[in-house]
Write a protein that binds this ligand. Sequence first.
Ligand SMILES: Cc1ncc(COP(=O)(O)O)c(C=O)c1O
Length: 426
Amino acid sequence: MKPYNQLSAEELKVLHAELLEKYNEYKSRGLNLDMSRGKPAPSQLDLCMELLDVIGADGEYTTKNGTDIRNYGVLDGITEAKELFAPLLGVKPENVFVGGSSSLTLMYDAVCRAYTHGAYGSERPWCKEEKLKFLCPAPGYDRHFRITEHFGFELVTIPMVEGGPDMDAVEEAVKDPAVKGIWCVPKYSNPLGTTYSDETVKRMAALKPAAKDFRIFWDNAYAIHDLYEDKQDVLLDIMQECEKNGTQDMVYIFASTSKVTFPGAGVAVMGMSDNNMALMKKHAGVQAIGYDKINQLRHVKYFGSYDGMLEHMKKLGKALQPKFETVKNTLDKELKGLEIGRWNDPMGGYFVAFDSMDGCAKRIVALCSEAGVKMTGAGATFPYGKDPHDSNIRIAPSYPPVDELKTAMELFCLCVKLASVEKLMA
Ligand SMILES: Cc1ncc(COP(=O)(O)O)c(C=O)c1O
């Protein structure tokens, strides 16, 4: 089949009729499939059930410092947990804050504290500023954007280019003192699967924002979520780069075990400079007496070490491989050469991003939905949920079993074809 944009009006009409017939056939099957959820499949969760048994088996509830994990105390996390997660964040154990189970909550709280009380280096709380802006590399993670929208920030879209956010645009934007921060998913980004290049990380760490309390929210949610052992993206250590520039107060680093052990019941961590850590403890100490140390020690005992965690991730990567390959193979087979879409081939993370012809994404998602396949809403990956090109669609392959995923992807490709032909006919 030649590229769709080279088809004559008559050829398009014939093709449209064929596609519509196939589509109606799918519709009559009453499918109920879901490619919207970036969550681990039950079979992945089964791989770490032993986590639930490691505490108490030996009757040992005490940390090496003598803390009884069943009781109150130790606001910033038990030493063993700080040591376990320090290499994940790329900071020293004393610069790790071990929070509850959600890194998103840590991010929300970091924005909230700066808003009500100011961040380290703030002249005043952010709520006292006349205007607040936040940089949102897009396509990006909708929940990040929603946090800053919730606090009344103006969301400034920064285009994602090869190697991460467009750093020329970032460097220009931070000259505005109203710009207080940037959202970053630096490895296998949600949804593009992009890993920031060394140059991007270096330029990020060397930023000289007009706002002295500007913060990089470095959400390394997919730091160790490689699909393959022999093909892995490597991300430069942001804290080391910041230290070279004397900008270590500018970055907050986040991660969690949501997609390592159990989402909602894992451990979330934050890495930061000494100054940020001191202020964080001051505020967090008002909010809580301490977090779930039983869960912290459970993770420590289960993994044994950071290397143990990496070993576990190999199993999860293997479980995800056939799913990502199903997505890629179906897209290649059905759409390659038609020039009606582009897609990425990430080496890790949880998503594949698809870009349709301009003005087709909403229609594709609607067609999928009508035929029983749920996708993430078109536009969700942009600030305010508005994709200026109406072209980006996030595919989440992790949850459905492979056979369901294959059917869902075949239908997705059919909907891409149908929406593209409709557009070309119009
Ligand atoms: C980039 C990113 N950050 C954070 C989260 C949520 O993390 P948590 O479960 O630790 O709150 C997700 C979940 O999909 C994500 O994609």
